[in-house]
Design a binder for this molecule. Structure first.
Ligand SMILES: C[S@@+](CC[C@H](N)C(=O)[O-])C[C@H]1O[C@@H](n2cnc3c(N)ncnc32)[C@H](O)[C@@H]1O
Length: 167
């Protein structure tokens, strides 16, 4: 009975989650590992590539891109706790930048991978157009980039992932 207050602990977390969802921000939901492999294959990631995961969460995309595809992988994440956790997960296989995806320069990227919200994906469009080199690939899970012509789309679980190329 005295421990009743413990049941209130999740309330601030779920309130935050609800607010983030209403604001169409990207909440920390990790992609299944097989979906990540499908997305990296879609972008034909190889050891020659520099791969950026925008909003890298627990670092699983960085880890798989580096370990299984031999890429030089970088994650950008704003959440301090996830940065700490993902640095542990990734070790020396890749790099996790603690920062905002809108602030990080992407001109070294050959491939961008992202699993964000619809709003964030559209907001990133001018930055991707400005900074990415010709031929760079972008794979967006679940949210297409409005106004861009996709190269290919594949079914990944209950949503599509979309591949684009900078021309
Ligand atoms: C849906 S999760 C995806 C995690 C990981 N990429 C994956 O697919 O498993 C989105 C992540 O983006 C991060 N994020 C959202 N907005 C961001 C921003 N402006 N700058 C950096 N990270 C951001 C969130 O903290 C969250 O960890």
């Amino acid at each position: 009975m005295e421990l009743y207050w413990l049941s209130l602990v999740p309330i601030p977390f779920f309130t935050w989650l609800l607010i983030e969802l209403v604001r169409d921000e990207a909440i920390p939901i990790p992609l299944p590992k097989d979906t990540i492999r499908q997305m990296l294959k879609l972008a034909k990631v190889s050891k020659k590539d520099v791969v950026y995961d925008l909003g890298s969460g627990d670092g699983r995309i960085v880890r798989i891109a580096a370990k299984e595809f031999g890429a030089k992988a970088v994650g950008v994440e704003k959440n301090r706790l996830l940065v700490w956790l993902s640095r542990k997960m990734v070790g020396n296989k890749g790099r996790i930048v603690h920062g905002d995806i809108f602030e990080e320069n992407l001109n070294k990227a050959d491939v961008i991978v992202m699993y964000l919200s619809h709003k964030l994906v559209q907001q990133l469009k001018p930055k991707l157009e400005k900074e990415l080199k010709k031929g760079a690939g972008i794979v967006s899970a679940s949210h297409p980039i409005e106004g861009w012509k996709e190269v290919e789309r594949i079914r990944t679980g209950h949503f599509y992932s979309y591949l684009y190329k900078i021309s």
